[in-house]
Design a protein around this ligand. Structure first.
Ligand code: IMP
Ligand code: MG
Length: 198
């Protein structure tokens, strides 16, 4: 079951750069989700996914949505106990802001065929739902044996289209978040914790 966050959980700031740090507030913003909590949850998801696909006859195809989901996917992949292949799709809808432009660009689809394969689409955060839904629709046209969605974060407040997230890390409140692969204007992906920017 996804963990529902109603307010940021204070943890020690750690050694990385801390967004929001100023002379009066040297500690900066506290992480919303610490790297320890993320790691624990990713291990649980890895186990759950491995159990779900325990009996499939071909390796699972992990399709990672670039760029935000790369950090999550890399950790998740190493928590699987089943064979998996790795593919990438490139989508972009934010264009440097903190709210979706609504226009989705798909710059790259997977290499090779997905016919008859079990596909797991991996996303960093489901917001409006447009990104995963558009990509899921495109993948379904390629006739996979099954298609499921794993998302580290679910922010249901701004959903405009229904999305079934099969494996969800955390449900978060209506805040723009950065860190652990998630960016603001291309920055902050390297932060080990997840922070709220708004
Ligand atoms: P959606 O299409 O509105 O669901 O937006 C999902 C995409 O927007 C994700 O793939 C993220 O890359 C990006 N995104 C949405 N919310 C955030 C956020 O809070 N921080 C960073 N990126 C975000
Ligand atoms: Mg993204």
């Amino acid at each position: 079951m996804a963990q529902v966050l109603t307010k940021p959980i204070p943890v020690k700031a750690g050694n990385g750069r801390v967004p929001g740090a100023t002379a009066d507030k040297p500690g900066g913003g506290k992480p919303m989700i610490s790297s320890t909590r993320i790691a624990r949850r990713v291990r649980q998801l890895g186990r759950q996914i491995s159990e779900t696909y325990a009996d499939i006859e071909t390796p699972l195809v992990i399709v990672v949505i670039l760029k935000g989901a790369t950090v999550f996917a890399a950790d998740l992949l190493r928590c699987l106990s089943i064979p998996a292949e790795l593919e990438f799709v490139r989508a972009s809808s934010y264009h440097g802001g903190t709210s979706s432009s609504g226009k989705l660009q798909l710059a790259h689809m997977v290499d090779g065929t997905l016919v008859g394969r079990h596909v797991l689409l991996v996303e960093d955060i489901v917001d409006s739902g447009l990104t995963v839904n558009v990509i899921a629709k495109r993948i379904k046209r390629l006739n996979p044996a099954s298609l499921r969605i794993a998302a580290l974060l679910d922010r249901p407040a701004r959903r405009v289209t229904e999305v079934k997230i099969d494996f969800c890390g955390f449900v978060i409140p209506d805040r723009f978040v950065i860190g652990y692969g998630l960016d603001y204007a291309g920055l902050y992906r390297e932060l080990p914790h997840i922070y709220s920017l708004t």
